[in-house]
Design a protein around this ligand. Structure first.
Ligand code: DX5
Ligand code: ZN
Length: 218
């Protein structure tokens, strides 16, 4: 199937219309749906939790890629898994026991991802590669959509590609992905691209935007 996969982030969707928005992006070519969970503690913003994942689950069939920008993580893994998450990604910086967290995500029946903030080196995954199905490279500082891509992250993508070799681990890029920045990270080895503002621009309540064109442009 087509690579790179495109995972629109609902952080940039119309919050008053999540069901319709998710149906629209799925119908118009989204490979995954990226759900940005923020707790106002690990990141300076608050979004939504398991109830929203459960609500969206009823509207789409495709992969729900849940990005937990929360600390602690472990107490909430079960609730997100029960709500219908397919992939649960925890931040390497969210606590001292990443290996245990990743085991708990898989034990809950989900694919396990680890997200790396911009300052966190690729080597942070060196000793958990057997525990993960995905590494998410933050190409912005987490908390908000619509920020600018951090070019210094491109070498980190290449380093991860080298470390991962032929292991079945996705390299996901998250933040500031546009038609201009996407080729840089795909060339470096990324295979899943999260995009919020680049996909949802132009939409509003009751009037989904040109999502298909925005998705295909990336
Ligand atoms: C930021 C989130 C990203 C963000 C991407 O904390 O993790 O997924 O929504 O939004 P854009 O694509 O607009 O940078
Ligand atoms: Zn995200």
């Amino acid at each position: 199937d087509r690579l790179p996969k495109i995972a629109p982030s609902i952080l940039s969707a119309e919050f008053a219309d999540f069901g319709r928005e998710c149906e629209a992006i799925e119908a118009e070519g989204a490979d995954w749906v990226h759900v940005d969970v923020m707790d106002g503690h690990f990141v300076p913003n608050i979004t939504f939790g398991p109830p929203l994942v459960r609500a969206i689950r009823r509207h789409i069939r495709t992969v729900m890629d849940v990005h937990l920008m929360i600390a602690p993580v472990d107490p909430y893994i079960g609730a997100f898994a029960d709500a219908g998450a397919d992939v649960i990604t925890a931040h390497a910086e969210a606590g001292p026991h990443l290996d245990r967290t990743l085991q708990a995500i898989r034990a809950a029946g989900c694919k396990a991802g680890v997200a790396l903030n911009p300052a966190t080196p690729a080597e942070a995954i060196a000793h958990v590669m057997d525990r993960i199905d995905l590494v998410c490279v933050m190409t912005v500082n987490p908390g908000f959509g619509g920020q600018s891509f951090i070019p210094a992250m491109v070498p980190k993508v290449a380093r991860l590609r080298e470390m991962i070799g032929d292991r079945p681990i996705h390299i996901e890029i998250d933040g500031g992905v546009t038609p201009e920045t996407a080729p840089l990270v795909v060339a470096a080895g990324a295979d899943v691209l999260v995009a919020g503002s680049a996909v949802f621009k132009g939409g509003s309540v009751g009037r989904p935007g040109p999502y298909g064109a925005n998705i295909r442009a990336i």
